[in-house]
Design a protein around this ligand. Structure first.
Ligand SMILES: Cc1ncc(COP(=O)(O)O)c(C=O)c1O
Length: 376
């Protein structure tokens, strides 16, 4: 029996043709496709007052975002514990310490009241994250940042293509990042985007993504390099490869189909699964939302049994996530009350959501969940 995977990238003829073309170009490092991909992201997000840089991964984008925010040794960064490990590791990579915050029970995004209580003189930045198909309260985030003069890193790895109050996610935050890793809404195989407010910040990112080399991007985007340059700051090998950008370009061209499909599947799941009393569905109607994941919550005693029941019937499921504060590496870092996080992580799991699925596949998954609860 072929398993229905949790994730399935939409790789079609266009991505294969784009890969071949970029390999035939013979310029494998950062080149013309990277510049084109940045322009395509900018156009897609309708940004005119922000600067966009492509990097190797979402993790790299987070690390550079924190560096741009001036985060370093002795600083603290508040993050939801209910977040990807990449965020915690990016904080550690700067020499700063994560401070684990709880989430809001409705949105599953950071609880801003609890975040405010965790702010001290050491707090340099807050990472906020749109958990899948329900967005953060971005208006309140901006108020909080202003009130305490704190930088915000907006982790929008899950919300590429979504809109908040008619504005594209990525178009309004202090520092924003996306991930285009193998399983994301669109993929570059691996890749990330960081969006900043000033040209100065963009220039710093250009240098940091190229191990500090002051190679002008304008030269590299012509598939050339400058052989002499200065090195003025710390840097990492975080640039995006041409092949990856070429795939990203083929993917972003399909965003309207991808958004429509994923939102329609979210609506379909929500309508059917909200009929089952034991199942809690995401609190959204999916208008203006391009979901990355589709998650449900069930009673703690049923979560693992239902996942096993689905797997026995050919449906894979995922866990997003184990909370950060319980990992060995992070067990000694400061935290607030995490009671909501600790409750949610025992109930939540992710169902398959792809950019192209049949109604039969969705019905199969829904029917298995329904029969699990009927048999009980
Ligand atoms: C919320 C979130 N942030 C950051 C990342 C890291 O992105 P990447 O895998 O591109 O490094 C992920 C990856 O899954 C993620 O889910």
């Amino acid at each position: 029996m072929q398993k229905i995977p949790v994730f399935q990238p939409l790789i079609e003829q266009e991505e294969i043709a784009a890969s071949t073309k970029s390999l035939e170009l013979g310029w494998l490092g950062m080149g013309s496709y990277v510049g084109e991909f940045e322009d395509a992201v900018k156009k897609f997000l309708n940004i005119s007052d922000r600067y966009v840089a492509a990097v190797s991964t979402g993790h790299a984008a987070l690390h550079l975002g924190l560096m741009i925010a001036g985060v370093g040794v002795g600083d603290e960064v508040i993050t939801p514990s209910f977040n990807n490990i990449a965020d915690f590791q990016a904080i550690l990579a700067t020499g700063a310490e994560p401070v684990f915050c709880d989430i809001d029970k409705q949105t599953l995004c950071i609880d801003l009241d609890k975040a405010e209580q965790l702010i001290t003189t050491k707090t340099k930045a807050i990472i906020i994250m749109d958990y899948d198909c329900v967005l953060c309260d971005h208006s309140r985030v901006a108020e909080l940042a202003h009130k305490y003069n704190i930088r915000i890193i907006h982790d929008a790895a899950h919300s590429f293509g979504s809109k908040y109050k008619d504005q594209m996610i990525g178009s309004f935050s202090d520092i924003c990042m996306f991930s285009f890793d193998p399983v994301k809404t669109i993929t570059c195989i691996d890749g990330g985007i960081i969006i900043v407010r000033t040209e100065e910040e963009l220039n710093a990112i250009h240098e940091m993504r190229l191990i500090g080399m002051g190679q002008p991007s304008s030269v590299m985007y012509q598939n050339q390099r400058a052989w002499t340059y200065d090195v003025k700051r710390i840097g990492f090998r975080y640039h995006m490869a041409n092949l990856h950008a070429a795939i990203g370009l083929a993917q972003i061209a399909k965003m309207s189909r991808i958004s429509d499909n994923r939102a329609a599947y979210g609506i379909y799941y929500n309508q059917a699964l909200s009929q089952i009393p034991q199942v809690k569905v995401p609190q959204t109607d999916f208008s203006d939302i391009t979901p990355f994941l589709y998650y449900i919550r069930v009673p703690e005693k049923d979560r693992d049994a239902l996942r096993a029941y689905l797997l026995e019937r050919g449906v894979d499921t995922g866990i997003h996530w184990q909370p950060g504060h319980l990992f060995t590496l992070f067990k000694d870092f400061r935290r607030g009350d995490l009671s909501v996080t600790e409750e949610i992580v025992k109930e939540i799991f992710s169902l398959p959501l792809h950019s192209c699925m049949s109604i039969e596949t969705l019905d199969k998954i829904i029917n298995i969940i329904s029969s699990y609860f009927q048999e009980k």
